[in-house]
Design a protein around this ligand. Structure first.
Ligand code: PHE
Length: 452
């Protein structure tokens, strides 16, 4: 195999920011609160936390390590690392490409809603604490097929533009400055939310688990969210790992990204649920929850319109880092395996997403009644990626590292060839990867899909 001259992250801070940029996105602001709401609150959060620590973190470390060792795209990496004759492992990379397209089909739609809300915030249309008015504004947007499609294409055009102009490094620099601002705005929202009448009920919903509500389906959704949040099980972290520097401390970087990502989600939860109970929103509203509740909290504080606009703007920008990392999986495969230029590869990927995006975008309007396995295309793409493909990719990655790649190579790689003094930590991580993570994913997956 010829060694391809590869681009890479040039500083350790750049690595951290890009990886964080992939993790932090609509998953924190949109998906985490809506799933916590529809799955009963604290019990879901508990399973999500366990899944993140015991499964997500080890898988993240394993995936990044594979990428950095192979220094190749998600498919080729397995050809390089698997023992001779065991090239089936590269299926993980192909599954990852499929997951990337499915996720992008609905993720770009939701990003489009966020873009649209920047303008709705400016116009004052959504400055309301009335669930009916807020619900009507959201319904007006998503039930208009042309509007949602147009916004989705704006998102894809912006993403394509970023890739064409090669300004992804610029995006990293922007993200680095904006993530702290998002943090500050979320903290301000939390303060406002915690001083509302319904704060106690909101916090109870979020933090007092009712164990009866933890069903196999809820557990699978929580596990799927853990994978989705940290961009795992589909080759994103592997591809990013391939750009890591040799002296990067992988376990430490992964831990910091996981903790930062978790804090953003928790802040979003604390900002939203007290308002849900104060103003009478429905916690189980699903995808619309954030688009109704966040404006309500802003509307109830001074200067709300300005802050609301900034909030949606930052969320829109934060989604770019995640989108770039999603697209990077097929783009790296197409350009490194098939010799396509990066621009052509990005164009082909974006065209595929635009096609798949049509049914996703029309799921709240023209195709609302289409049901495949009882789900509309939007929900189906979400379920098939987060609840099936990502956990499956996660198991395979664990089996590969834990049983094929082995402890010695893992230890060498995660200690940077003995430079880091972290053998105890590596042993613990390897134990999780070899036994705990694959077993728990298998149990949750089989139960959640009602296969056992
Ligand atoms: N982690 C991103 C988010 O939460 C989404 C994502 C999933 C990005 C999978 C890359 C790969 O918004």
């Amino acid at each position: 195999m010829t060694k391809i001259d590869r681009d890479g992250f040039t500083t350790n801070l750049g690595v951290l920011v890009a990886t964080l940029g992939s993790a932090v996105g609509l998953g924190n602001i949109w998906k985490f609160p809506s799933l916590t709401g529809t799955n009963g609150g604290a019990g879901f959060l508990l399973v999500y936390l366990a899944a993140t620590m015991l499964v997500g973190l080890p898988v993240m470390i394993a995936e990044t390590m594979l990428g950095r060792t192979a220094r190749a795209d998600a498919v080729t990496s397995f050809e390089i690392l698997a023992p001779r004759g065991q090239w089936e492992w590269k299926a993980i990379g192909w599954m990852g490409c499929a997951a990337a397209l499915l996720i992008m089909a609905f993720y770009s739609e939701v990003a489009g809603w966020v873009y649209a809300y920047v303008f709705k915030a400016v116009s004052g249309e959504v400055s309301t604490v009335d669930p009916k008015v807020a619900g009507a504004a959201f319904a007006k947007l998503v039930s208009s097929p042309l509007t949602v499609l147009a916004w989705q294409w704006v998102v894809l055009a912006v993403t394509g533009g970023v890739i064409m102009c090669g300004v992804s490094k610029g995006i990293e620099a922007v993200t680095l400055r904006l993530v702290p601002l998002l943090f500050i705005l979320l903290v301000a929202l939390c303060v406002r939310s915690l001083t509302l009448d319904g704060a106690g009920r909101g916090l109870g919903f979020l933090f007092q688990p009712d164990f009866a509500k933890i069903t196999p389906a809820v557990a699978l959704t929580a596990l799927g969210l853990a994978f989705f949040k940290l961009s795992l099980g589909m080759g994103t972290m592997l591809t990013y790992g391939s750009y890591f520097r040799d002296d990067q401390n992988i376990p430490w970087t992964a831990t910091r990204v996981m903790l930062a990502d978790l804090s953003v989600s928790l802040l979003a939860g604390v900002a939203i649920f007290p308002a849900v109970f104060t103003f009478g929103f429905e916690p189980a509203a699903g995808p619309s929850l954030v688009f109704m509740t966040i404006p309500a909290v802003f509307a109830s504080m001074p200067g709300g319109t300005v802050f609301m606009t900034i909030f949606f703007l930052i969320t829109a920008i934060a989604s770019v880092g995640a989108i770039l990392s999603l697209i990077e999986v097929p783009v790296a495969v197409l350009s490194e395996r098939y010799g396509l230029g990066r621009k052509q590869a990005a164009l082909a990927t974006i065209a595929a997403i635009a096609l798949l995006g049509v049914p996703a975008s029309l799921s709240q309007s023209l195709m609302a009644h289409v049901a495949i396995f009882g789900l509309n295309p939007f929900d189906l793409f979400d379920f098939a990626s987060s609840n099936v493909l990502l956990p499956l990719g996660g198991i395979l990655i664990c089996l590969f590292v834990g049983w094929v790649y082995g402890f010695d190579k893992t230890a060498r790689s995660l200690s940077n060839h003995g430079e880091l003094n972290n053998r105890g930590l590596i042993k613990a991580v390897f134990f999780l990867i070899r036994f705990i993570a694959p077993l728990s994913i298998a149990i949750v997956l089989l139960n959640g899909l009602k296969l056992i």
